[in-house]
Design a protein around this ligand. Structure first.
Ligand SMILES: Cc1ncc(COP(=O)(O)O)c(C=O)c1O
Length: 450
């Protein structure tokens, strides 16, 4: 089946009309917001939601939320992993309520930080932990430490990666092998090719060539790419990545912010990876801002050697509110009671069910699309083959079609991530939610086909 673009456009117009008609209260709040918020939204990218404006949320609980117009949604976006725990899970809200009454931010440790660090140690196998408020900051701080202890200027990332708003990472490879700022990069401080080497994921010879320059402090890597659709590592790739980084004296930062979907110890534990640094943010506090970055004893020794009491906190690693008592209380409850093996044992089969439902429709309509799964995350991509790298995944994207599929789902009470076709399962996601998505997905495809 090929997509008739004229038909797609007219279906999109119909869906836009329906969205506006069914979201009049959201529209009036949005119109009011246009006078005080840039483009009427609190963050610039929120204009990207597929409707004419985003639905305004009234409340959320578990795998569902309601907008101010009274529409109920099954949330498969889950705050793009920030709410992978489900919205406001009881164990976390209880701990948060209790902590809120006992102090929120002090610039002093609470006992919870030791509990959380010990728990992270056990899950990921890295010895020492520090805290930040966002995964972006945790990545930034890890990069700074890697540069500091290696004395090298550059980092290496994979083409079409995403690690938050880390300046060095907004770089793409050009077909002629050169690299430059990624499309849409806002105000890069310098051309990112000054700070960064970029290679395709799963390409060992290019990785070795880039590391052989001897100027790369660290590789910052998601163990499987998740932000351009899902791109799995090919067999042996992680082993090669680790061997080559060790060979060329480059540190390895594994960013588990999304791949925590693989299990309680993330992809690192599932695949026995041995990173020098590990970053984990977003759902770590059930949506309360917080992130952690861990590193090995060897890294800690190198940091300690160069540390000077008088200069602490003047070198680019900071955050007044980082490690605050509220974040830590939320993290403790989340790790102890929500991101548990028992919950992953429910969430992962739910993602399998989602993928099976979508796959069946793709097969029934002979669509040149495919589905990929990683733990409790699943995703469809508009191409027949599983991509091996960021370019292949990016080339399979179809902005117009994606917006239609998302708006069609949204109009029927289903939220997917706004950036690609990802669905995430929380402990509260039910089989009926998943089956409902399969039904709506089939209806969308049937309408496109007829
Ligand atoms: C892999 C990865 N790392 C880091 C981040 C940054 O997270 P935050 O925006 O919470 O700082 C993201 C955000 O999507 C991400 O996908």
């Amino acid at each position: 089946m090929t997509i008739d673009r004229t038909r797609l456009k007219s279906l999109m117009e119909r869906e836009q009309k329906r969205f506006v008609a069914e979201h009049q209260k959201s529209k009036s709040i949005y119109d009011r917001g246009k006078k005080s918020l840039l483009s009427g939204v609190p963050m610039n990218w929120m204009v990207k939601w597929p409707g004419a404006f985003p639905p305004v949320v009234r409340e959320a609980q578990g795998a569902n939320f309601f907008d101010v117009d009274g529409n109920r949604y099954v949330d498969f976006c889950l705050g793009d992993t920030g709410a992978m725990t489900g919205h406001s899970p009881f164990a976390a809200t209880k701990a948060i309520e209790e902590q809120v009454k006992r102090g929120i931010t002090l610039m002093l440790p609470s006992e919870d930080c030791v509990f959380v660090a010990e728990e992270l140690q056990q899950r990921f196998g890295l010895t020492f932990w520090q805290f930040a408020l966002t995964a972006t900051d945790a990545n930034r701080f890890s990069i700074r430490l890697a540069r500091h202890i290696t004395g090298r200027p550059k980092i290496l990332v994979f083409n079409w990666c995403y690690h938050g708003t880390v300046d060095e990472t907004f770089i793409t490879l050009h077909p002629d092998g050169t690299s430059g700022p990624r499309r849409g990069n806002i105000g890069p401080p310098v051309d990112p090719s000054v700070t960064t080497r970029v290679v395709e994921f799963n390409d060992v010879p290019s990785l070795e060539k880039a590391l052989a320059h001897g100027d790369v402090a660290c590789v910052l890597a998601e163990p499987a790419l998740t932000n351009v659709g899902i791109v799995h590592p090919v067999a042996g790739y992680h082993q090669a990545l680790r061997e080559l980084t060790r060979k060329y004296g480059t540190l390895l930062i594994i960013d588990e912010t999304h791949t925590i979907c693989a299990g309680p110890g993330g992809y690192t534990r599932e695949a026995n990876l041995e990173p020098d640094f590990l970053v984990f943010g977003k759902p770590i506090g059930s949506g309360v801002p917080g992130a952690a970055y861990g590193f090995t004893q060897a890294v800690a020794d190198m940091i300690s050697k160069s540390e000077n009491l008088e200069d602490c906190d003047t070198g680019g690693i900071g955050g007044t509110l980082a490690g605050n008592a509220l974040s830590l209380a939320a993290m403790r409850a989340t790790l102890a009671k929500i991101l548990t093996k028992e919950n992953f044992d429910r969430m992962i089969p739910m993602a399998e069910r989602w993928a099976t439902g979508v796959e069946k429709v793709i097969k029934d309509f002979s669509l040149p699309w495919h589905v990929t799964q990683l733990g409790c995350r699943a995703e469809y991509l508009f191409g027949p083959n599983h991509p091996k790298n960021g370019s292949e995944a990016h080339n399979a994207m179809d902005f117009e079609l994606e917006r239609f599929m998302h708006l069609y789902a949204m109009n029927r009470g289903i939220l997917l991530t706004p950036f690609h076709n990802m669905a995430l399962m929380s402990p509260a996601t039910a089989a009926e939610d998943v089956d409902y998505h399969s039904k709506v997905f089939r209806e969308a495809v049937r309408e496109l086909a007829s």
